[in-house]
Design a protein around this ligand. Structure first.
Ligand SMILES: [Zn+2]
Length: 608
């Protein structure tokens, strides 16, 4: 080994640990081809408030030949958060480039951009992957039960059939496993209908089967997302470097090990390389489809490789998917983020996994990763591959403190009665009007100090909405991300000055009095210390014992507190439930809720 002792000591100090990627738990539902049963299917998902995915063919009889405008239904689906994606133009089983590109144009021209791809007839091969890469952001195929789509890469996402021959008992077990192991399950079917427990029915998904599964998902509080949204969570757009595709320095190429039967001297060929990798029997895990470059650890004369991508300046966390031919061995991989000391960092790997390469700050518009040889730590020489390198822009944080008048119990805390009574919904409650927020935020259980959901909105000026996200209000007034880990995260939003709006189901919305600086390390903004912290005239209510809070009483969500807010209280009097009419959030609607309304009568929100 050419590495020096002194370098090793430095590297040991700098080495990063594993960071196992968390893909879930999350569930997606997808439907192939096109069918006049889909409007009914859409209605069921609307009842539950969940999105799904459709993979369509423009020439399919439903899209072009149905007795009504199917495109309008697709647009309604899109408006409800559904993903409309590519299944080739005419269901071409050979997946020709013409077919994929034609359909991509159709989708783009009908306002369905950023489409993914699901292959007809489960077709999948490297040449087809290479075609799809040009037009679609991912490639998925179908498999039979049992299956899980984790681990996955962008070009080999597995969906599993869920049709009337399947038994809900099996599905419940799968969902339990998904929760226990943070997995992503994608269910596939074609048409909506038929009868649950019909043997051999691998095509239809009946109303009763779908509801059984959706109920099981709801019981477990598993988020339901489109495929695109899950991918965006884990493969940020424009921030994935595929190692064999992007910016490798040529001199290293001849050093790649060649497939068997290749002539000497070695000549690099992407498709051959892919084929070679995929044809191996390295099946742990199935990262089939990842373009990969790798080192053979018995060869210490490899040159430095540089991967780069043009990105926005900012702070990123970097992870890499590492593949080992010998998962029983342990290897040390060297890397750096600049060219001056290309073995500045190292990471030790002993299994196929995602590893954290640490944080990096990009200042010149280009992220670069330099990789060097891999050394054997134990287990003998072996092949070590870099598959994907992923940059995760550090999310913008909204770090605020706010009190709700309704549950405020003096001395700086709010009651958590809705939580202790088990009434807080597992899915964010702002999907309905007037908020119409489609976010997929969900939690199976709530920490004891959670008061309720709140909706956070970012505005670039006092009226222009940039982004929204649901968060959890804690009893001490802090607002945390749905993952419970800290301030509310906004992905894909650049650092800058924003107005922050806080909305609650039955309190008047508030906004910061001016645009405040937000970044990945935003300081606390405390709405509770003065009226002037919020926008407008008397936007807050003075709380008993000092401090200020959001004004309680808007049980009918009209942005103004009037006698009309008493009506839902009368309608729901003595009801024990999660009700907007319960403005003091005591878990039961009583005359005390009317008292709040009277004390705040005619007040309205100051949020423009
Ligand atoms: Zn199909």
């Amino acid at each position: 080994m050419k590495r020096k002792i002194i370098l090793l000591i430095t590297l040991l100090l700098l080495s990063y640990g594993y960071s196992n990627a968390q893909y879930g738990p999350v569930v997606s539902f997808t439907y192939d081809d096109g069918s006049d049963t889909w409007p009914a299917l859409f209605n069921v998902f609307q009842e539950y408030g969940f999105p799904a995915v459709v993979y369509i063919n423009a020439l399919n009889w439903w899209v072009n030949g149905a007795g009504y405008n199917a495109v309008n239904t697709l647009l309604e689906m899109k408006a409800a958060g559904w993903e409309v994606s590519n299944h080739t133009y005419n269901h071409d089983l050979g997946v020709t480039e013409t077919n994929v590109s034609q359909m991509k144009s159709w989708l783009d021209s009908h306002e369905f951009p950023n489409s993914g791809f699901a292959s007809p007839n489960n077709d999948w091969s490297h040449s087809r992957v290479n075609i799809v890469k040009k037009y679609s952001s991912y490639y998925s195929r179908a498999t039979e039960l049992p299956g899980m789509s984790q681990p996955f890469d962008l070009y080999h996402i597995e969906r599993i059939n869920l049709t009337n021959r399947d038994n809900i008992t099996t599905i419940r077990t799968m969902l339990d496993s998904a929760v226990a192991n943070n997995k992503w399950i994608i269910f596939i079917a074609h048409e909506f209908g038929g009868t649950y427990r019909t043997p051999d029915d691998t095509w239809y998904q009946s109303d009763s089967l779908l509801r059984l599964v959706l109920n099981a998902v709801v019981e477990r509080g598993i988020p339901v997302k489109s495929v695109r949204e899950v991918i965006n969570d884990f493969f940020p757009p424009d921030c994935v470097i595929e190692c064999s595709k992007d910016s490798m320095q040529f001199p290293v190429l001849p050093y790649f090990e060649q497939p068997e039967n290749q002539a000497e001297p070695p000549v690099f060929n992407t498709s051959v390389w892919n084929e070679y990798w995929h044809n191996t029997t390295w099946t742990d895990p199935h990262l089939i489809g990842s373009p990969v470059v790798y080192y053979n650890t018995s060869n210490d004369s490899l040159q430095v490789m540089k991967f780069h991508r043009y990105v926005l300046n900012g702070q990123y966390d970097v992870t890499a998917t590492i593949l080992l031919k010998n998962p029983g061995g342990t290897y040390r991989l060297y890397y750096s983020f600049d060219s001056t000391n290309t073995a500045q960092y190292n990471v030790v790997v002993n299994k196929n996994s995602d590893v954290s390469l640490g944080p990096v700050t990009v200042t010149n518009g280009q992220f670069a990763l330099y990789t060097q040889n891999a050394d054997v730590v134990s287990g003998g020489a072996g092949d070590v591959g870099w598959a994907f390198i992923k940059l995760f822009a550090k999310p913008l944080l909204v770090n605020i403190k706010v009190f709700l008048e309704g549950p405020y119990n003096g001395s700086g805390t709010m009651t958590t009665t809705l939580n202790t009574q088990g009434l807080i919904p597992k899915y964010q409650p702002f999907k309905k009007a007037p908020w119409n927020y489609l976010g997929t935020e969900a939690r199976a259980t709530f920490p004891a100090n959670v008061v309720d959901w709140v909706l956070i909105e970012l505005r670039s000026d006092s009226t222009t909405i940039v982004s929204k996200r649901a968060g959890l209000l804690l009893s001490d007034g802090s607002v945390v991300d749905v993952d419970g880990s800290g301030p509310v995260k906004f992905k894909g939003i650049s650092n800058g000055n924003y107005y922050v709006v806080v909305r609650h189901r039955n309190h008047l919305a508030i906004m910061t009095s001016s645009a405040i600086a937000l970044s990945s390390s935003s300081p606390l903004y405390d709405f509770t210390i003065a009226q002037s912290q919020a926008y407008g005239t008397d936007p807050l209510v003075a709380l008993p014992g000092g401090g200020f809070g959001m004004i309680a009483g808007d049980g009918n969500n009209s942005t103004i507190i009037t006698a009309s807010d008493v009506t839902p209280i009368i309608t729901n009097l003595n009801n024990f439930a999660y009700l907007d009419a319960d403005v003091n959030m005591s878990a039961i609607v009583t005359a005390a809720d009317v008292t709040k309304i009277i004390s705040n009568l005619n007040k309205s929100t100051n949020v423009p």
